[in-house]
Design a protein. Sequence first.
Length: 90
Amino acid sequence: MSAKTISIIVLTVLVTVILMKNMDEVNFWIFGTRTVPKLAVLGTMFFIGAVVGFLLGRPKKKRIKEEYPAPDTTFGTDKPLDQADEDYIR
């Protein structure tokens, strides 16, 4: 097993033990006082933390830059200028 797999298993076991040891009810204020199991509060906070950690820790999308072909610099260099062009340049 890889280190990542082992750390996920250990973290899952620790979270399960912590949640199971905190089964009593507590007064919790959510826009009014409510009696909520501590298990629900801890589980919800763990879930929110895992989602936020996943969203912040994922790699950013790479933007693909459009590549344009290089301009042909040899276009027209082998042809001599005609008389009208030479007169215009002077």
